[in-house]
Design a protein around this ligand. Structure first.
Ligand code: ATP
Ligand code: MG
Length: 284
């Protein structure tokens, strides 16, 4: 039995969009869907408040789980769906759930935050720490494009995002657009030393292609386009993914903030991509 796809709900519309995305993905992958809601503990003078069976907060948690499950039952009556009400810190509990999931799916925003906030703390925390693929859903795309974009840096030590992107493209019968953006360390370098930019670009293109060959061999059915751009990777990925069904990135690269759990590219794409984003961290 494969691991379930898990979706987190908090009563927001963003979370319901995440549940629908997760239900479609579970149907495609032939796995179960688990919908979870985490209720934060209420402290009374530093002591956790014990919740009885008819506690209004517990009842509300059960109600919003039932609402999400009913929505799935309507659109996907054959999908095996379960719900779970958990108590604790949402960030911590959902991270533990991610370890048991094939994929964990959340909305970009929930019921908290403020108008204009692009990403809530729960989705950011999960993307920054959870093992395996975390999908952050922003809106529900009106039409299926049949295309997935994957950000690729051949210099990264491991490529769990590429594994996920190829798997997902295969499951969907979608095309995969692998995007690599590069730039010179600073424009002063090119001013001081005349560089053969065409030569560098071609060498990059070849390096990307060579590094991709194990995946191209493993997934012969996936139609792949390789694009190498000179410029900012966040802009390249947000632009290329504007009409894609999903953009997939690794959790962090080799950027300057080595202690950060989320690289600047994944952080930027999570904030500015117009559609769903998968951030994929290696499993322990
Ligand atoms: N308590 C929770 N239980 C389960 N899933 C949750 C919970 N809270 C948030 N989520 C999931 O995370 C997504 C984003 O919500 P998040 O809480 O990060 O944003 P927010 O509420 O807008 O801002 P804030 O950081 O102020 O809470 C939701 O759409 C939902 O999928
Ligand atoms: Mg919230």
């Amino acid at each position: 039995m494969s691991e379930p796809i898990i979706a987190g709900v908090d009563g927001s519309r963003g979370a319901l969009a995440a549940v629908l995305w997760a239900a479609d993905d579970a149907a495609r992958r032939g796995c179960d869907l688990r919908i979870v809601h985490v209720e934060e503990p209420l402290l009374h003078g530093g002591q956790p408040y014990e919740r009885s069976a008819d506690d209004p907060v517990r009842r509300e948690g059960e109600r919003l789980l039932a609402e999400a499950a009913a929505m799935v039952a309507e659109s996907r009556p054959n999908l095996h769906t379960s719900t779970e009400l958990l108590f604790g810190d949402p960030d911590e509990i959902l991270r533990a759930q991610a370890a048991e999931a094939a994929v964990i799916v959340v909305g970009s925003r929930g019921i908290g935050g403020f108008t204009g906030l692009l990403l809530g703390s729960v989705s950011l925390g999960l993307a920054g720490h959870a093992p395996g693929p975390v999908v952050v859903v922003r809106g529900t795309p009106a039409v299926v494009q049949g295309e997935i974009v994957a950000g690729f840096d051949p210099e990264d030590a491991v490529h769990p995002a590429l594994d996920y992107a190829f798997e997902e493209a295969q499951a969907r019968g979608a095309r995969l657009w692998v995007v690599h953006a590069w730039d010179l360390p600073s424009s002063r370098v090119s001013a001081a030393f005349p560089l053969d930019l065409e030569f560098i670009a071609q060498a990059r293109q070849k390096h990307v292609h060579d590094m991709l060959s194990p995946w191209l061999n493993r997934y012969p059915g996936v139609i792949v386009t390789e694009s190498v751009f000179r410029g900012n990777p966040i802009a390249a990925l947000c632009e290329t993914s504007a009409h894609a069904d999903l953009v997939v990135v690794g959790s962090r690269g080799r950027g300057v903030i080595r202690s950060a759990m989320l690289g600047s590219v994944s952080h930027g794409v999570l904030h500015y991509a117009s559609g769903p984003v998968a951030v994929v961290r290696p499993r322990a």
